[in-house]
Write a protein that binds this ligand. Sequence first.
Ligand SMILES: Cc1ncc(C[n+]2csc(CCOP(=O)(O)OP(=O)(O)O)c2C)c(N)n1
Ligand SMILES: [Mg+2]
Length: 360
Amino acid sequence: MVRVLDEDGELVDGAEVPDLSDDELVEMYRQMKLARRFDERAVSLQRQGRIGTYPPLSGQEGAQIGSAFALAEDDWMVPSYREHGAALVRGLPLKDTLLYWMGDERGNSVPEDANIFTVAVPIASQIPHATGLAWASKLRDEEDKAFLCYFGDGATSEGDFHEGLNFAGVFDTPNVFFCNNNQWAISVPRERQTASETIAQKAEAYGFEGVQVDGMDPLAVYKVTKDALQKAKNPDDDELRPTLVEAVQYRFGAHTTADDPSVYRDEAEVEEWKAKDPLPRLETFLKNTDRLDDDDVEAIEADIEDDVAAAIEAAEETPRPDPVEMFQNVYADMPQRLEQQLDWFESIRAEHGDEALLED
Ligand SMILES: Cc1ncc(C[n+]2csc(CCOP(=O)(O)OP(=O)(O)O)c2C)c(N)n1
Ligand SMILES: [Mg+2]
């Protein structure tokens, strides 16, 4: 397991700090804190009935921000539904993430230059998409682009995982498959997901490299992802482009706000993993190496509070969408079956009126 910082934020023996400037390291910390604070507020908004549902990311900030930090401008990220932190690094406004979870599809309309694929809720369905994107890019001779695909431990049991990784190996596509192994797929624990000792070792069957990294160590995650992206674009003669990264981590909160984890896991397990929390770990390292002090932390916390409050205000001030927008923003050309659904929707709308459709 690759590790740069130990659980107390000390540099592991023989490990090197990745090639990031002091400002970049502090920025990584700021983004992780922003993701954590956003997460707390989003859960509380859902509890107040101001968001429909929400999948918390708390505990997973190191894996999300560390990996997204490694992306170059032209690279792409292909998320699941929990990557709000990674998307934030790529330039997706928090307001959009809130809109999406408020049921407004405009939140899923990614800014042109952010290079983020649309949110995927059907487990693992984004993996073959990511392989396809990378293959298309390779066929177009776009040599300086790699495709980072996120999914969970549960996704590795889906056929789409096998198909996507198998194809990537055979066609040698510029992919990094990033498994956020947070130990649980809703109520199914990691040991019921696979009898393999690690998820990373599954890469061997596809003919390419698998790496296990401490997913609660943002510096290790950054390093492993950066190397994998580099190899995807510019492999040595004897290596294939794809990599499977297994980032070992823990989801501190519920699967989504519709879930109650206390019925399937012990609080003691949660506490054990909280000792590995990526945030104090990076904070201690930055303070010990004179890159950050208490005043900086206070200023960052105040800024973050404002950023999150502004995003919530902007999302809540946005007028409710026209329901036809739920059919938009995924396809450039609408497929026939969506056109049919849209026609049907318009017909019942005309017949009954919006008021009737919105009744409980
Ligand atoms: C194809 C499919 N089957 C089932 C579900 C219901 N479902 C939603 S999340 C989830 C668990 C996913 O676990 P994991 O892949 O570990 O990701 P995590 O939520 O832990 O990030 C399931 C089964 C779904 N969304 N899609
Ligand atoms: Mg999981």
